[in-house]
Design a protein around this ligand. Structure first.
Ligand code: NAD
Length: 505
């Protein structure tokens, strides 16, 4: 996309050989000339080269965002006008839906149905926040008669938004949409493995009328550029989605300048299947719960606990259906599971599985690197079910971020809740039971930000998404997110007829 002198937008194809950084409304190369090569994980083939931001580029992006925020017009627009631009972002994304889906599949190796769902949700996020921002306002508060107090919501300022590789566009949308709805300026730092659709989103923001400098996109190294943004004194907030160890590092470093921080981190989410569950629904929901996005989901239900009375029936159906899952051409509608993001992640997954085997775990399905026909050069892992495990094993305690689920039996509700909560994480969870009273009772005792009752899905625009414990804090995707990009200013006035003289002098 280029903006010509006549201010006409000339749109480039979504799929290209080279992608630029977006800084201050311009498409620019890296100051060092360095690039990132991005590969298709399904085939191992090179897709494109991307400008790799340096610290100098990051500094330029912060300066642009700062200037757009401090001196620009975006935050001063009437709310309705900002909402109109957000709706236009969605409208442009809709017209380019198939191209964006294609790019997301090439960059991540995920399946068509997964990419379509995530691009759809990214579009709906902008529509949601276009509506939500209109109702986002301060309060008028009770104070003694001659005083008046009201609050204003003001945008927090310049926000660094650091994105993981598993949902590149959707995670960018979860962050950019609420931040710019409130009036903030942002610097998006996509994961180096999957930078393409965040760049396209940045271009679409400009095309839709977001002023220069409000949305900057700078793919680059996390340790280098990401860290630089976190420590930068002119950045007011960091919104981070990624692993728990990096989240801890960011929280420590952001404390030096007292930045506002939102952390969406890892998980090891439990699914509890009670003896009164609809077994078929629980089997289908549990399959989706772990194998969607090839298990590379923060809220993947990777610990499955099944009541001992139905364990055999449940497991026989669960194993049978797992073996039917199709891996292969991500663009094929019948493919259930796409690729793993890269060789490093594939090695991590297989490392967990092989060490669990050595510790005596039993593999009920999968357990190996996969080689779908025609995709032998990509990174694939079989959908894997592991039993005969316990809570001391790393396969049960740690986030694997792959298509691997561990299963255990439980005897009663109390034990199920204890097992579910026996983790340092607290992101997702699922309860399968036809007894509404029990399901609610269990949901109330689970220490997690999200509980899915008889439901395979974790979130829609409007439903809060975020964690307890070491899964982070702050909620995205919902009305409350707007507050996380705002400061509340309290304005207290005195209207009495006599001047106040508190010291009595
Ligand atoms: P990651 O933590 O390795 O990287 C995430 C992002 O942080 C990337 O852009 C990376 O470049 C950047 N980064 C790395 N080191 C940094 C540093 N020192 N300072 C600043 N930025 C740095 O995570 P990943 O491997 O890309 O993604 C997988 C993780 O993300 C999993 O743990 C998953 O659970 C988590 N995740 C959480 C959610 C959620 O909503 N809770 C959603 C998706 C993914």
């Amino acid at each position: 996309m280029t903006v010509t002198r006549e201010n006409k937008i000339e749109q480039e194809s979504t799929k290209r050989e080279f992608y630029h950084l977006i800084i201050n409304g311009e498409k620019v190369k890296s100051s060092t000339g360095e690039t990132i090569k991005t590969y298709n994980p399904a085939t191992g083939e090179l897709i494109a080269e991307v400008a790799k931001a340096s610290k100098e580029d990051a500094n330029n992006a912060v300066a642009a965002a700062r200037d757009a925020f401090d001196n620009g017009k975006w935050k001063k627009y009437p709310i309705g006008r900002r909402a109109q631009v957000l709706n236009k972002i969605s409208a442009i994304m809709r017209t380019r839906f198939n191209e964006i889906v294609e790019l997301e599949i090439l960059d991540t190796g995920k399946s068509l149905h997964a990419a379509q769902g995530q691009v759809t949700q990214a579009i709906e996020d902008f529509e949601f926040y276009a509506g939500a921002i209109v109702g986002h306002r301060g309060t008028v508060n009770n104070v003694p008669g001659q005083f008046h107090n009201y609050t204003e919501k003001e945008p927090v300022g310049v926000c660094a938004q650091i994105i993981p590789w598993n949902y590149p566009l959707m995670m960018a949308a979860w962050k950019v949409a609420p931040a710019i709805a409130v009036g903030c300026s942002v610097i998006v730092k996509p994961a180096s493995l999957t930078p393409l659709t965040a760049i396209i989103l940045g271009e679409i923001c400009l095309e839709a009328g977001v002023p220069a400098g409000v949305v900057n996109v700078i793919p680059g190294s996390g340790a280098d550029v990401g860290n630089f943004l976190v420590e930068h004194p002119k950045v007011d907030k960091v919104a981070f989605t990624g692993s728990t160890p990096i989240g801890k590092d960011i929280m420590g470093k952001a404390s030096q300048t007292l930045k506002r921080v939102t952390l969406e981190l890892g998980g090891k989410s439990p699914s509890l299947v009670f003896e009164d569950a609809d077994i078929d629904a629980a089997v289908d929901g549990s399959l989706f719960g772990i194998f969607y996005n090839s298990g590379q989901s923060c809220e993947a239900r990777s610990r499955l606990y099944v009541h001992e009375d139905i364990y055999d029936e449940f497991m026989s159906k669960f194993v049978e259906k797992t073996k039917k899952l199709q891996l292969g051409n991500p663009f094929d509608k019948t493919t259930h599971m796409g690729a793993i993001i890269d060789q490093g992640q594939l090695d991590t997954i297989d490392g967990y599985v092989q060490s669990a085997k050595k510790e005596g775990a039993e593999i009920l399905a999968g357990g190996n690197v996969a080689k779908p026909e025609g995709y032998e050069n990509g990174y694939w892992y079989e959908p894997t079910i592991i039993s005969n495990v316990n809570h001391d094993m790393s396969i049960v305690k740690e986030e694997i971020f792959g298509p691997v689920v561990v299963v255990m039996k439980f005897k009663d509700e109390k034990e199920a809740i204890r097992l579910a909560n026996d983790t340092e994480f607290g992101l997702g969870s699922a309860v399968w039971s036809k007894d509404g009273a029990r399901a609610t009772r269990v949901a109330n005792q689970i220490q997690a930000g999200i509980v899915m009752i008889n439901c395979p899905f974790s979130a829609f625009p409007g439903t809060p998404f975020g964690g307890y414990k070491q899964s982070g804090f702050g909620r995205e995707l919902c009305i409350e997110t707007l507050d996380l990009y705002s400061e509340t200013k309290s304005i207290l006035s005195y209207y009495g007829s006599r001047p106040l003289n508190p010291f009595g002098l």
